[in-house]
Design a protein around this ligand. Structure first.
Ligand code: SF4
Length: 346
C-alpha cells in the first residue's frame, strides 16, 4: 500500500547550516563534508541537476546499505527529497543493487509512488552487484546506459554528471543522516557491518568509538586470537587486536575478524580473488596486475612462503598507475597485512 513521506520544510540556508554544524560527512567511504558538496553543486549555473542515491553496495559481506534500506527507507527517501528541494530539482535516481531491490521492491515502491504523484520523478536504476558499480563515474555511466567503468577525473564525475547535467550524489546512509539532521535528531553514529564473529551483523555505533570497543559493546569481541580488517571490505586496512584498541572506524565502516590461524595464503588468496574478479578491465595496471597477483598466490604449494619480492613491484605499479581507486587501493590490505600481521617491511 502506498504511504506518504512528509518532508520538513526548511529554507535552503537553514538546512545547509544545520548540516555544516552537525559536521556531517559522506558515508560512502570518502568522508567528504556534505555541506561543501551541496554548495558546490548548488553554485553551478546549469539549468538542470539531478540527485543520485548510491545503494549499489558491492564490498564482500558488507550489508549496511541493505540494512538501512530495509529498516529506514522512509528516512532515506526523506533525505533524497530534502536534497532535491535544496537543489530545486524534481528528478532523482536511486542506483540500487539488483538483489536488494528484488527483496525490498514492495516497500520501496510503496513509498516512492506517492512522491512521484506529487510531482517528483524518482527513478529506480537496478544495478548488477559489483564493487566498481559504486564508484561515482562508473555508477553514472551505468545510469546513462554506458559501460560500468570509471571516468577520467578531473573534472569531477559529479560535474560531468548524467545526460550533461551535474549530480549531487550520496550513499544511502548519508541521506538517512541528512533526514536526522533536518529533524534535529542527528546523533554522531554510523552503521557498521561486523563479520567473522559470533554475533555478526549490522550495528549502529558511535563515530568516535574505537574498533575494539565496538566489538566489546556489540558482544563480538572474539574469544580466540585474531587480527582484523577495518574499513571498506576487502580494501580495508589490516591491523592487530592491540591496534584495534586505538583505531576508529573508517571507509564504509566494515569490521572483519580473522582468526590468527588464518594463513597468509588464505588471507591473500581471498583478497586477490576479489581484486581480480572486480577489476573492470579498463586499465592495464589493474587488469593485468590483479590477475598476476592472483596467479602467484594460487600456484603456491601449501605452506610455501609468500614471494614478496614478486608481489611488491606489482602492488606498487597498481598503487601508482591504476586509473581509479579500486586498483590503487590494493596496496592498503596487502601492505598493512605484511607490515602489521607478518612484521615485514614492504
Ligand atoms: S583500476 Fe581497475 S577497476 Fe579501476 S578503471 Fe582500472 S581496471 Fe577498472
Amino acid at each position: 500500500m502506498a504511504q506518504n513521506v512528509s518532508v520538513k520544510v526548511l529554507a535552503a540556508d537553514e538546512l545547509l547550516s544545520k548540516i555544516e554544524q552537525a559536521g556531517l560527512v559522506g558515508r560512502g567511504g570518502a568522508a567528504f563534508p556534505v555541506h561543501l558538496k551541496w554548495q558546490r553543486i548548488k553554485n553551478l549555473n546549469d539549468p538542470k541537476k539531478y540527485v543520485v542515491c548510491n545503494a549499489s553496495e558491492g564490498e564482500i559481506g558488507v550489508k549496511k546499505d541493505f540494512y538501512i534500506l530495509e529498516h529506514f527507507f522512509k528516512e532515506v527517501l526523506e533525505g533524497i527529497l530534502l536534497t532535491m528541494d535544496f537543489l530545486e530539482t524534481k528528478e532523482a535516481y536511486i542506483n540500487i543493487n539488483k538483489n536488494y531491490y528484488q527483496k525490498l521492491k514492495a516497500q520501496i515502491d510503496a513509498l516512492i509512488e506517492p512522491c512521484n504523484k506529487r510531482g517528483y520523478l524518482i527513478h529506480i536504476f537496478e544495478e548488477q552487484p559489483s564493487y566498481i558499480g559504486g564508484e561515482t563515474g562508473a555508477l553514472l555511466n551505468a545510469i546513462e546506459g554506458k559501460k560500468t567503468q570509471p571516468r577520467l577525473s578531473p573534472p569531477s564525475p559529479s560535474i560531468t554528471g548524467i545526460f550533461h547535467c551535474p549530480v549531487l550524489l550520496h550513499n544511502v546512509e548519508t541521506f538517512y543522516d541528512i533526514t536526522r539532521v533536518a529533524n534535529d535528531r542527528y546523533l554522531p553514529t554510523r552503521f557498521s557491518t561486523i563479520l567473522g564473529t559470533q554475533n555478526a551483523g549490522v550495528y549502529q555505533v558511535g563515530i568516535e568509538q574505537k574498533v575494539a570497543e565496538i566489538l566489546r559493546e556489540t558482544d563480538n569481541y572474539p574469544t580466540f586470537a585474531f587480527f582484523v580488517q577495518v574499513g571498506g571490505g576487502a580494501s580495508g586496512e589490516v591491523i592487530t587486536a592491540s591496534q584495534a584498541e586505538d583505531m576508529k572506524l573508517s571507509g564504509a565502516g566494515s569490521i572483519e575478524i580473522y582468526p590468527s590461524t588464518t594463513t597468509a595464503q588464505q588471507f591473500l588468496g581471498k583478497i586477490l580473488n576479489f581484486y581480480a574478479e572486480e577489476s573492470c578491465g579498463k586499465c592495464t595496471p589493474c587488469r593485468d596486475g590483479s590477475w598476476q597477483l592472483q596467479q602467484i598466490i594460487e600456484k603456491l604449494a601449501q605452506d610455501q612462503a609468500i614471494p614478496w619480492s614478486r608481489l611488491s613491484p606489482i602492488v606498487a605499479t597498481m598503487e601508482q598507475s591504476s586509473f581509479c581507486g579500486l586498483g590503487k587501493s590494493i596496496a592498503v590490505p596487502i601492505k598493512s597485512y605484511a607490515k602489521n600481521i607478518l612484521g615485514l617491511e614492504v
